[in-house]
Design a protein around this ligand. Structure first.
Ligand code: GLN
Length: 456
């Protein structure tokens, strides 16, 4: 803990941390030492981690990357935070992220960008950019992230780490500041599938405080991985595994460096015993308009609570109550958040609801059905996480649509609520990390982690 606190302090320029709690971390580390001495250590006892600043914490501030929550402190811990604390982890602090998790590059944070440790002139991906950069720069061995449309998988891909978004409902959303409630999921970001399995086991499980929490017994993902490995041949641990390659995930426009690294990883999976099968997810392209209707619609509703009364920022100068709402929100929210609130309000409004929101919901169902048809032919789906490697911090298109389009390969699994992960596939010729995406059927996290581990 002391070593990582020193590294974190020395590399403040990375922009990964929004808050460091050295005192709290050292106290937790001492408690972990005592637990170990008393013979009460679990696999995560004393392991330093940090949380995306979208999880509320009672002992330190929470901003969600937004000015509107500057100075806000929650009276309670998010379930994920509380569970990882109970498992003995040491929380070093809170990690930078796009404002309310809206973004793909961490450039929408009100507290400045995060740099990609592999090339500090590039973005780390988003919205869990601080989590990805902190793990990749070895400031922490693991961190929490959240993924609404790719925010664990895409930054993991851009920074060469491993991240998993479990099936919707596996991790509690209680205390995770809501962006799009029907899509938001928490998950671990770490150096390996094995580390992710350990964290996910501690983070997940039914929580009566989240109405969409999956009512299933707690799972030991690490034990599942070990069992799968024990039952498998040493040279061909993936024998019998059918990996589906959706042709829509390999378009002509896919960057050659991404295509090359992903195909190399796929050959390696084949060498490990897996068979590759061609499949189709015909509505892949529609995932972009569908997601960018549903997510802003839910965001417009979720973010109505930030009105200058209940939480955070209130405009200093204002007239009547309505004026106070307007000014507080105008001052507190960033441009992208405002864009989404307006889009969301529009698609939900009278006269447009049927044309946009309802249509999007119908297509969302069809996208989920396409996956079920695909899973009749394969056990796992594989492809790129993102169409490109991490892009430059400066000079990237200012058009928000460019970022939306870059989410094409992560959005389908989010809309269907399926588990997905990013595992390092290799590097581009210029030395930038490329992730391989693995998507499983509902609650098949164990299969994904087993395949990812074999590749590592
Ligand atoms: N880039 C997507 C968005 O901006 C996904 C973000 C996320 O998963 N939180 O909505």
């Amino acid at each position: 803990t002391r070593h990582l606190l020193a590294r974190t302090e020395a590399d403040a320029a990375l922009g990964a941390f929004l808050h460091v709690d050295a005192e709290g971390a050292l106290a937790a580390a001492a408690a972990a030492d005592a637990a170990r001495a008393a013979g009460q250590a679990g696999p995560l006892t004393g392991v330093p981690i940090a949380h995306k600043d979208i999880f509320v914490t009672a002992d330190m501030p929470t901003t969600a990357g937004s000015k509107i929550l500057a100075g806000y402190r929650s009276p309670f811990d998010a379930t994920v935070v509380a569970r990882l604390k109970a498992a003995g982890t040491v929380n070093l602090g809170k990690l930078n992220c796009d404002e309310f998790a809206m973004g793909s590059a961490n450039t929408n944070s009100a507290y400045g960008p995060v740099l990609n440790p592999w090339d500090r002139g590039r973005v780390p991906g988003g919205s869990s950019g601080g989590s990805a950069a902190a793990v990749a720069a070895r400031l922490v061995p693991a961190a929490t992230g959240t993924d609404t449309g790719g925010s664990i998988r895409q930054p993991a891909s851009f920074t060469g780490i491993t991240g998993i978004k479990p099936t919707y409902g596996v991790c509690s959303r209680y205390g995770m500041i809501a962006y799009a409630s029907s899509l938001d999921q928490a998950g671990p970001m770490a150096r390996s599938a094995e580390d992710c399995a350990l964290l996910l086991s501690a983070m997940s499980g039914f929580d009566e405080r989240d109405a969409t929490s999956a009512q299933r017994p707690a799972q030991d993902f690490h034990a599942q991985m070990q069992q799968a490995r024990e039952g498998a041949s040493a040279s061909q641990p993936l024998a019998g595994l059918r990996i589906g390659l959706p042709r829509e995930f390999f378009p002509a426009a896919l960057a050659a460096d991404v295509d090359g690294a992903v195909r190399a990883a796929l050959s390696e999976l084949q060498r490990l015993g897996a068979t590759l099968v061609d499949i189709s997810l015909p509505r892949t392209e529609l995932a972009i308009p569908v997601y960018y209707i549903i997510a802003p619609a839910e965001a417009s509703s979720n973010l109505s609570r930030f009105d200058g009364v209940k939480f955070g920022h209130r405009a200093a100068q204002h007239g009547d109550l309505l004026d106070m709402y307007k000014k507080s929100r105008a001052e507190g929210f960033g441009a992208e958040v405002k864009r989404r609130i307006m889009t969301g309000t529009y698609v939900l409004s009278h006269g447009y609801y049927d044309a946009y929101y309802l249509q999007a919901q119908k297509l969302r169902r069809m996208i989920a059905d396409d996956f079920q048809a695909a899973f009749a032919q394969c056990d796992v789906i594989a492809g790129p996480v993102a169409p490109t490697v991490a892009w430059p911090l400066q000079g990237h298109s200012a058009d928000p649509l460019a970022d939306y389009l870059a989410d094409i390969f992560t959005l389908p699994a989010s809309l269907a609520g399926l588990p997905g992960m990013s595992v390092p596939a290799g590097f581009s010729p210029q030395g930038l990390p490329v992730g391989l995406q693995l998507i499983g059927n509902y609650f098949q996290e164990g299969t994904l982690l087993h395949a990812a581990h074999a590749l590592q």
